[in-house]
Write a protein that binds this ligand. Structure first.
Ligand code: IMP
Ligand code: MG
Length: 181
């Protein structure tokens, strides 16, 4: 059988190692634990890019809270690029009266989170904030308030630590710039 390369290393340039990511997550976990101590908190992971981040972040937190997930899709991923977003898997928990922290892997144009904020606000949470591991300010189309962020990155395409290229590379133990073929 032909030996298979794990991935095309020449397509990947490491930006953040697991050590760097873990250090940053440790800081974020502490800050969020301090800020939300004594409050009724729901952490909402935006599927699927935030999963590794959400797991590691919540493991670093020292307060009780609930976890739920939501999944959104962009029509722009299909034929026409309208930037319209819709929910493909909704929350199971009610967030009315709760303090809500949305956890995202990367905020790019802000279209997804702009939509999500508007949608979740109608459910009357006590507060609604955003935590993202990566932030691409240069690509912003919709203004979104990022309350907690891991790293600012320039306008490049990245994979790893939950982020994908065509659903692959999420499992990489680092974040890398990816040269799309
Ligand atoms: P936005 O709506 O443009 O802010 O896009 C956010 C979503 O696009 C993220 O949740 C990711 O799924 C995806 N995305 C944006 N930039 C990247 C990237 O560089 N690598 C992988 N996924 C990305
Ligand atoms: Mg994606």
């Amino acid at each position: 059988m032909k030996e298979q390369k794990p991935y095309e290393e020449n397509q990947l340039k490491i930006l953040f190692t697991l050590e760097q990511i873990e250090e940053k997550i440790c800081e974020l976990g502490k800050r969020i634990s301090d800020d939300y101590a004594g409050l009724d908190l729901v952490m909402i992971g935006v599927l699927r890019g935030s999963t590794y981040f959400l797991v590691d972040l919540t493991r670093r937190m020292r307060i009780p809270f609930a976890i739920d997930f939501i999944s959104i899709s962009h029509y722009s991923e299909q034929a026409d690029s309208t930037g319209v977003v819709r929910i493909t898997k909704d929350l199971d928990l009610s967030i009315s009266g709760k303090h809500v922290l949305i956890v995202e892997g990367i905020v790019d144009t802000g279209l997804s989170l702009g939509y999500l904020l508007r949608n979740l606000k109608t459910r009357n949470p006590e507060s609604l904030k955003i935590c993202t591991l990566l932030n691409v300010e240069a690509r912003r189309i919709v203004e979104v308030p990022v309350d907690y962020k891991g790293f600012d990155i320039p306008n490049i395409f990245v994979v790893g630590y939950g982020l994908d290229y065509n659903e692959k590379y999420r499992n990489l133990q680092f974040i890398a710039e990816f040269n799309r073929p």
